[in-house]
Design a protein around this ligand. Sequence first.
Ligand SMILES: Cc1cc2nc3c(=O)[nH]c(=O)nc-3n(C[C@H](O)[C@H](O)[C@H](O)COP(=O)(O)OP(=O)(O)OC[C@H]3O[C@@H](n4cnc5c(N)ncnc54)[C@H](O)[C@@H]3O)c2cc1C
Length: 427
Amino acid sequence: MPERAGGKLRGRMLSPKPLSKWIVGSFAGKIRPSTLPHLFTYQEVYEGDLYHRPVRATLRVIHRLIWRVLSRSRAQGSALVTGLLKGCLDNGCSISTNARVVELIKDNETGRIVGLVADMNGTRKHLRGNVGVVIASGGFEWNREMLNEHFPGKLDWLGSPRGNEGDGQRMVSNVGGALAHMDQANVYPAIPTRYEGKLHGLPMIFQAEKHAIVVNRSGKRFASEYDFNIGVAVDQRDRKAGQPEHLPAWVIADSRLLKDAPPLGWYSRNDPNWMVRASTLHELATKIGVPAEALAETVARFNGFCADGRDRDFHRGESAWEQFKAGGANSALGPIDRPPYLAAPFNRSILGTKGGARTNMAGQVVRADGGVIPGLYAAGLSMANPIGTLAVGPGTTIGPNLTWGFICGEALLSETVARREQLAVHA
Ligand SMILES: Cc1cc2nc3c(=O)[nH]c(=O)nc-3n(C[C@H](O)[C@H](O)[C@H](O)COP(=O)(O)OP(=O)(O)OC[C@H]3O[C@@H](n4cnc5c(N)ncnc54)[C@H](O)[C@@H]3O)c2cc1C
């Protein structure tokens, strides 16, 4: 946000360097693959413009990619998880897989959370926690009932692994913890991919293309397509009914979209119904159920902005971020006038919900009356995210989520030290 007071044109992007899975020994096979192979670092993705020039970007670093395949090294999120796992193993953590936590154990006398019940490889086990339990079980996007309750209306894709079913939120609520921000999420553009044998969402900012716009169910634009907070606009709700105001929404583009962004053509084959094509705008509007006249007007208005070099409605391509995204000043605007015309759904795709346990500044879970539930902490997407759906920059979820994990860790350590001191006094 360079335009804000104190903002800078350039910031720091922190993203892991490639790391070999061999460093975690027998756990290497347990690291879940990503929807993308993660052979490229983020820097290489951006510097080579992998999305628009996949062949050129690959050839630039082909020697590195070959080495990464041979050494089982991966970058981005895969490297992050490998590094976190290695840190845990080196510090003596015991890690169990195939272990679903189903219940928290509360000491009825003190109200303290003293352990949990887990289904581990088909066996139910009771585990005691010496100091406390940290809930870090992610969002509830794969829990259909909870999703329908908190995100009524059109949804497109879910991008996270299917295990995130809101168990943490349910367990917190069962022991009296307050839940908040349940209608907030990481709402991010996504396209269809296949993951673990099923159709799945792949996050991709595919709407921010020169010859494309996003329109709502009335055929009107409602945000700058290049805004990294477009998820907030897409999820805008009617205050009274709580229903989304713009959905169903659509990306409308001309034939240049697929030439400019080749991966979009490859991925759209995963779901043949996903992208709609028509030889006229009128036919396209009829196919997707948007008022044809309104769509024609919107496209004509946008094409006029392209001729003038200025988007008078949403200032697309004017902020520093949007210029960066477009590859330069005046590069974000291109007319939509070359058939065939294309439409793809642009409803909410969710990478992770952001509602959950209300916590205090030490990560301790609190009740509705503000009192702390002793021994219970929450971090990441299972806690009520302070900024909710809003992003403060592109990719601003892992950082805060890791930080909350760190805060919980520090608080647990302080509790441990305090307890030891208490015991020493008693002795
Ligand atoms: C495809 C994709 C790309 C993303 N890219 C970025 C990015 O570039 N930058 C960024 O900042 N953010 C990104 N995000 C968001 C980021 O990954 C999440 O915000 C972050 O992983 C959330 O961390 P978490 O630990 O809270 O939850 P998760 O990472 O979701 O971890 C929760 C874990 O808990 C497990 N679990 C659930 N229920 C139980 C239970 N009952 N018992 C035991 N275990 C359980 C789950 O299986 C899961 O492993 C992306 C998300 C996706 C899906």
